[in-house]
Design a protein around this ligand. Structure first.
Ligand SMILES: [Mg+2]
Length: 178
């Protein structure tokens, strides 16, 4: 079995616009900015033998705030620049793939023979933590200081994606010595 790190996209790998304590996804390719440390964090996780899979809710397409093509162009650029195995996107808030439902993680697990109980979910919002918990992963919350509550308690809380990678790699090294 393989193991993976599932990563949220907006606010974890790329910058969001935070207004009034709430993060808003970017709406153009020009606004794409990979967060400090994200490229290196993903490379380190991948080098440790973990699959790196992005799982992203994109409700703004149906809401008319961003086009499907822009979302896909951003994802294509991330696939090109970062050591990511796959980017999964859910556009439908009612679908089983929409976080906190675990559909994207379950689908990826089936496709890549991933042991979810030995995998990690990294995200900046309650929906990410909910999806990771529902899939049976170890959950890492990146606290960006948004004005919103968590619903499920994460297994760990960190301040950045670089710190999330540090934590996961330290757990991995302990795992090896067991
Ligand atoms: Mg996010």
């Amino acid at each position: 079995m393989n193991r993976a790190v599932f990563l949220d996209r907006d606010g974890v790998i790329i910058r969001t616009d935070v207004q009034g304590g709430k993060p808003y996804a970017i709406t153009s390719l020009d606004a794409l900015e990979i967060l400090d440390g994200a490229e290196d964090a993903i490379r380190r996780l991948k080098q440790a033998g973990l699959a790196t899979i992005v799982v992203s809710n994109q409700p703004d397409v149906a809401a008319g705030k961003v086009t499907y093509d822009v979302v896909e162009a951003i994802n294509a650029e991330l696939m090109e620049k970062l050591d990511i195995d796959e980017i999964k996107t859910c556009f439908d808030t009612a679908a089983p793939c929409y976080k906190p439902r675990p559909g994207m993680l379950l689908e990826a697990a089936g496709k890549h023979a991933i042991d979810l109980s030995g995998s990690y979910m990294v995200g900046d919002r309650w929906r990410d933590i909910g999806a990771g918990k529902a899939a049976g992963c170890f959950t890492v919350f990146i606290d960006c200081g948004y004005a919103e509550m968590l619903i499920d308690a994460p297994d760990a809380t960190v301040g950045s994606v670089a710190e999330a990678a540090d934590l996961i790699l330290s757990l991995e090294s302990k795992r090896e010595t067991l």
